[in-house]
Design a protein around this ligand. Structure first.
Ligand SMILES: [Ca+2]
Length: 76
């Protein structure tokens, strides 16, 4: 479980280049944080997580991540 604030902080840390999106490259750079994301979303593979958004850009925004965590029932 995570609060929106915790999730935002996690997202910002993962977003190494601060472009507002977390790419697959950034997920692979931080395996520890990626594991937390996996636990909160219930989705274990980064490929699967990034495939959830419609833009096929190979990255996920905070809003998209928040929706997935919310759907998994892990947002406080
Ligand atoms: Ca980024």
């Amino acid at each position: 479980m995570a609060t929106e604030q915790e999730l935002q902080s996690l997202f910002n840390t993962l977003d190494a280049d601060q472009d507002g999106k977390v790419s697959i490259h950034e997920l692979f750079l931080s395996p520890g944080l990626s594991a937390v994301i996996s636990a909160e979303t219930g989705i274990s593979s980064p490929q699967e997580l990034l495939a959830l958004n419609g833009d096929k850009g190979g990255s996920i925004t905070f809003e998209e991540l928040k929706q997935v965590v919310e759907k998994a029932g892990n947002l406080n």
